[in-house]
Write a protein that binds this ligand. Structure first.
Ligand SMILES: Nc1ncnc2c1ncn2[C@@H]1O[C@H](COP(=O)(O)OP(=O)(O)O)[C@@H](O)[C@H]1O
Ligand code: SF4
Ligand SMILES: [Mg+2]
Length: 330
């Protein structure tokens, strides 16, 4: 471990797959960093490459060519250079992960206790130690009566509780980083808020960093320290949550913000959410120049060239030719 290095550094990550006989890029030159104990929101509409990014970091991309360039350094060690056995130690060890659908990730024919203790024992604990730790973990994710619940099967649990169990499993070996891919998307709003609150609490108590992947900027606002906005496989804006919300520099980020329900001031539901017109381009058919241009109301002739990355502060930047004007427009 290099104490100078950030916890995670993703640098110029490129991930490809073959579609229609051609290689296409789902993640195209993505770079970002994450400090210990930090919560980073990776946000964008469906199809922008968020899950591919998570799978690339974990080296779980299915099929070839998969990850074909860049670096993923965890405490200074490049994961892309590790052999498969070392990588298996990283997954579930230094990096925990949870995905959207807890029902598909839990085995329906095994008790919660069995699944939890198996995850714990991968780290080398004895049977008795693993049982104690399983109870501790269930308590940590706020499942009451943990002793008794160990003998239950997944179908005895509600969707929200199954997601808590998944979170407990991901913590089995005390990871320094948790990657959570749309962990609350399948849950109703109340349960979603409880799970997000739990993640914040776990970060505070365990000091673990989290990459929270979501299509919902509202989730980022409530939970994250910083945000990386992805569009069509690329990072198009990055900043602290305050910066991104107070002064978005990219029309896509502003569009995502208009599609977040505002629940303040006695308003229960917004009348109608503004949607961004059009669709995310497919990796097989990327526009030349700015990839958001076909959907952008602000586009000008210059947008036919891919925009430079331009900074508004040491922590806040975007890839849009008009970000300077957007910054001053507020
Ligand atoms: N195995 C695959 N084969 C072909 N295309 C894929 C595959 N996996 C993902 N894609 C495409 O890669 C892009 C990014 O997908 P993904 O990372 O799942 O997006 P997100 O998680 O942001 O919704 C999408 O256009 C998706 O259709
Ligand atoms: S570069 Fe041009 S097309 Fe792209 S988001 Fe900015 S204004 Fe719109
Ligand atoms: Mg996804």
């Amino acid at each position: 471990m290099n104490p100078q290095a950030p916890l995670l550094e993703v640098e110029d990550l490129r991930t490809e797959f073959v579609a229609g006989g051609h290689r296409v890029r789902a993640v195209d030159g993505l770079s970002f960093m994450l400090g210990a104990g930090e919560i980073l929101g990776l946000v964008g509409e469906s199809g922008c490459g968020k899950s591919m990014t998570a799978l690339s970091i974990l080296r779980l991309v299915d099929g070839s060519p998969g990850v074909c360039g860049g670096a993923v350094r965890l405490n200074g060690r490049d994961l892309l250079g590790l052999d498969e056995e070392a990588m298996r130690g990283v997954r579930g060890g230094e990096i925990g992960m949870i995905f959207q659908e807890p029902m598909t990730s839990l085995n329906p024919v095994l008790t919660i206790g069995r699944q939890l203790t198996e995850a714990i024992r991968l780290g080398g604990a004895s049977k008795a130690e693993a049982r104690e730790r399983a109870i501790e973990l269930l308590q940590l994710v706020r499942i009451s009566d943990a002793h008794r619940r160990l003998d239950d099967y997944p179908h005895h649990f509600s969707g929200g509780m199954r997601q808590r169990v998944m979170i407990a499993m991901s913590l089995a070996r005390s990871p320094r980083l948790l990657i959570a891919d749309e962990p609350t998307t399948a849950l109703d709003v109340t349960v979603q808020a409880q799970i997000l609150d739990l993640l914040l609490d776990l970060r505070d108590r365990l000091g673990m960093a989290i990459i929270l992947i979501t299509h919902d900027l509202g989730v980022v606002a409530e939970t994250c320290d910083r945000a990386v906005v992805m569009y069509a496989g690329r990072k198009i804006e990055e900043g602290t949550v305050e910066e991104v919300f107070d002064q978005p520099l990219h029309p896509y980020t502003s569009g995502l913000m208009r599609s977040v329900p505002r629940m303040g001031a006695g308003q229960v539901r917004p009348a109608r959410l503004a949607e961004i017109p059009g669709l995310v381009p497919s990796p097989a058919n990327m526009p030349q120049g700015c990839r958001f241009a076909p959907r952008c109301a602000l586009k000008v002739a210059q947008c036919e060239t891919y925009p430079q990355w331009s900074a508004a502060s040491a922590t806040h930047a975007a890839a849009c030719w008009r970000s300077g004007e957007l910054a001053h427009a507020r």
